[in-house]
Write a protein that binds this ligand. Structure first.
Ligand SMILES: [Ca+2]
Length: 167
């Protein structure tokens, strides 16, 4: 009887030692993990370098003059659905480049965040907005951290330039 109790106690002690060992190993591994690298990309300026003359149906944007160009920047993350809705339009645009120095620079700190830059023509009210061209921008796809980023929409023959800052 006594021997059996003693054997059980020894086994329990062994188990405790094993568990303690596992716990120490776990915390050691967690402690040795590389700290998460900081990631921050700020878009300060957007320049439209070229846009198509006509819409998706081959019709000119505005019959008497050029399009009234503005941007909508939409994030895939819910917290930033519309990041920039500039009311500063370039009315009757007949030549490019045109640029926006963003009053509220767009900050991306999440590697999974992707932005869609929609360049649109404004036609009197929000119901009559026409998409001119759209561009996708995923900052994490630029590991070299260039300060100027060209985005192209080949299908639309459209190009924009982003001026960014990395930290
Ligand atoms: Ca228009």
């Amino acid at each position: 009887m006594f021997v059996s109790i003693l054997a059980r106690m020894v086994n329990t002690l062994k188990m405790c030692k094993l568990l303690l060992g596992l716990l120490i190993s776990y915390f050691f591994i967690i402690g040795c993990k590389e700290p998460k690298e900081r990631f921050s990309c700020t878009i300060n300026k957007i320049t439209i370098q070229s846009m198509p003359d006509t819409n998706y149906f081959g019709i000119y944007w505005d019959s008497l003059d050029g399009p009234d160009v503005f941007m909508l920047i939409v994030s895939n993350l819910p917290r930033n659905t519309v990041l920039q809705n500039t009311s500063e339009r370039f009315e009757n645009t007949t030549s490019y480049p045109i640029s926006w120095d963003l009053k509220r620079p767009i900050l991306v700190t999440d590697r999974s965040e992707k932005l869609s830059v929609h360049v649109c023509d404004f036609d009197g009210d929000a119901l009559h907005i026409e998409m001119m061209a759209c561009f996708e921008f995923n900052p994490s796809e630029f590991p070299d951290h260039p300060l100027l980023i060209n985005l192209e929409n080949k299908q639309r023959g459209a190009r924009i330039l982003l001026e960014v800052k990395w930290e």
